[in-house]
Design a protein around this ligand. Structure first.
Ligand code: THG
Length: 562
């Protein structure tokens, strides 16, 4: 099954998955090896799901990664076990689709834990390759951690044009052990190319309530595996129907759902609506613990500028010593001052920018709930930082320069990050607003060939100081208005640039911010230590509260906002 065929299948009607196969071995045995040695005992169960109407069935390969098999002394048989299990499932199920299942290594992944990110990727590549050799039609990852889910998606995505579904099992109050909420998981996983995301968890809210809340932000199909508990097949079909009603596109059962339960869902499917994704893309950034929605319907976003050694002697000295203590302090202080995003710039002569950027990204991912803005001119640093970052970051920036379009843009697109468009070219900064708009169009056109839309970018107003050009601020404001009204993109400015070389900079910055907000500005790179700036931001949010008040409320449990 190709990704496009999967998308088509899910757009026509709700798709019936299976229930999980129960394996009858004891705890000291490896379940996957046991199934392989007693395959006859599960063929019946596999086929009964097919007979119940399941269109897609999962192969019992969840624990067959190198790290889990190692516990049974079977690591050296990883490829063989996966290939053989898949081959036999394929043979037993004939025409219907069979997915290879990947699940946790049992370890915490960098930056949260001891297993290196690339080691995790490698292990899922190995498992995925052998599942593919056995005839897998696609993959599903059963995960409880966002970074491990990312590692699996990146590994499986590389194997070919096959769908990769991710099921996230949340714990108490719909949070993972590392604090990821369902909306942040959705934003992160759909940005790196998952083809569908599934949700299960417990807490004050039901799965249907959670899915109803996040559905408006889903650009890909959603799915669920509701537990059957003590429910009769009839009651179970009701609960499944409730999930489909709020926007689930594929539905199956958890391990306690019998083929009868699945057949009961099937008998209702023809009466169920098909809620295909409502958006193609969303303006949102995520960390492992938070989603920040961007745009005029949401609070104004301040991108804290302080983690940047440019012009800061003390930070420079501390980075040159290899210390991230000031980075840590700036992250905490900017969060306390209500920044929404943290800019991270490690461009400084005499330090290894790549190494320091990766160390900072790891540190900040664990330390701060704020999504990151990766600020570097080097495409290889963008690529490496985005690869490790357990969320959806903002890239600062992509201009019309040849190297940015040819190298930074593909690196950014590979991870589905949002990015800032800087309207300048190799020839420099265009003089007129019209020419700057031309550059924005060129970058947007190039980006659209990677599947990007206007929701995925923020156009930089290119603020220059009024001390050298009196008309500079007005040109920026015109560009902001055009992008806001006509292109409908986010807009951003490096606020303090406007007042370089002027007296009373705070007042000029504050007035300029208010003017730009009036023309549609949605974000600013700024120092949140400034009372004047943050007061203006807070007042703006209050003055527009008809928009964001409601969304902040609905964000209470899905993770939107501060
Ligand atoms: N657009 C985009 N990115 C940008 C800018 C922009 N990045 C850089 C800059 N402009 C915004 N970031 C900073 C970072 C640090 C400082 C200013 C802007 C800075 N300011 C004081 C100084 O210059 O002395 C120091 C303030 C302090 O000590 O905190 O260092 O326009 N896309």
């Amino acid at each position: 099954m190709t990704r496009q065929q999967f998308q088509q299948l899910t757009s026509q009607a709700p798709v019936l998955l299976d229930g999980e196969i129960r394996v009858g071995c004891n705890e000291r045995e490896c379940p996957e090896k046991w199934v392989l040695d007693h395959f006859d005992t599960i063929t019946g169960a596999l086929c009964s799901f097919k007979d119940a109407g399941s269109v897609i069935v999962r192969a019992p390969t969840a624990g067959a990664n190198r790290y889990r098999l190692e516990a049974f002394g079977l690591a050296s048989q990883t490829r063989e076990i996966n290939r053989e299990l898949m081959r036999r499932c394929r043979a037993a199920l004939e025409s219907i689709s069979v997915l290879g299942v990947c699940s946790t290594t049992g370890m915490n992944i960098e930056p949260f834990g001891e297993l290196g990110f690339e080691e995790a990727v490698k292990s899922f590549s190995e498992q995925g390759e052998s599942l593919l050799e056995g005839g897998a039609d696609g993959f599903i990852c059963h995960m409880t951690d966002i970074q491990e889910a990312r590692a699996a998606v990146l590994a499986l995505r590389e194997l070919g044009d096959l769908p990769v579904m991710v099921y996230m099992g949340f714990g108490q109050q719909w949070l993972t052990a590392n604090g990821t909420d369902p909306l942040s998981a959705l934003v992160t996983l759909q940005s790196i190319g998952a083809d569908a995301v599934g949700f299960g968890g417990t807490g004050e809210y039901s799965a249907a309530e959670v899915i109803a809340k996040i559905k408006p932000f889903a650009a890909i199909p959603l799915f669920a595996f509701p537990p059957a508990g003590a429910m009769s097949p009839e009651q179970y079909a009701n609960s499944a129907q409730a999930l489909i009603h709020v926007g689930v596109n594929l539905i199956g059962g958890s391990s306690d759902a019998s083929p009868k339960h699945i057949a009961s869902i099937r008998s209702r499917l023809h009466r169920s609506p098909c809620c295909t994704p409502v958006v193609k893309s969303i303006s949102a950034l995520s960390s492992a613990r938070r989603t920040v929605m961007l745009g005029r319907s949401y609070p104004f976003a301040v991108v804290g500028e302080r983690i940047n050694p440019t012009g800061k002697k003390q930070l420079q000295a501390s980075l040159r010593e290899g210390s991230l203590d000031m980075v840590k302090r700036f992250a905490v202080e900017q969060e306390q001052r209500k920044a929404s995003v943290l800019d991270v710039n490690m461009g400084l002569s005499g330090i290894d920018e790549m190494a320091m950027m990766l160390r900072s990204v790891n540190l900040l991912s664990c330390l701060s709930p704020l999504p990151l803005c990766i600020d570097t001119t080097r495409p290889e640093v963008v690529e490496a930082a985005l690869r490790r970052y357990p969320g959806r970051a903002l890239v600062n920036s992509i201009s019309g320069e040849k190297e940015r379009i040819e190298r930074t843009l593909p690196a950014t697109a590979k991870y589905g990050a949002m990015f800032i468009i800087l309207p300048l070219t190799d020839a420099g900064i265009p003089a007129t607003v019209k020419e700057r708009i031309g550059v924005v169009d060129i970058v947007l056109t190039a980006a659209s060939s990677f599947g990007y839309t206007v929701n995925d970018v923020a156009v930089d107003g290119l603020v220059m100081t009024i001390s050298s050009d009196q008309g500079a601020a007005l040109a920026t404001l015109d560009l902001i208005e055009y992008c806001s009204q006509t292109l409908r993109t986010n807009t951003i400015v490096g606020l303090s640039n406007v007042s370089f070389g002027m007296p009373e900079r705070q007042w000029i910055n504050g007035a300029f911010l208010g003017m730009a907000m009036g023309r549609g500005l949605t974000m600013a790179i700024s120092n949140p230590s400034s009372d004047g700036i943050m007061a203006t931001v807070q007042a703006y949010n209050s003055l527009r509260s008809h928009d964001f008040g409601m969304l902040m409320q609905s964000g209470n449990f899905t993770g939107i906002g501060q």
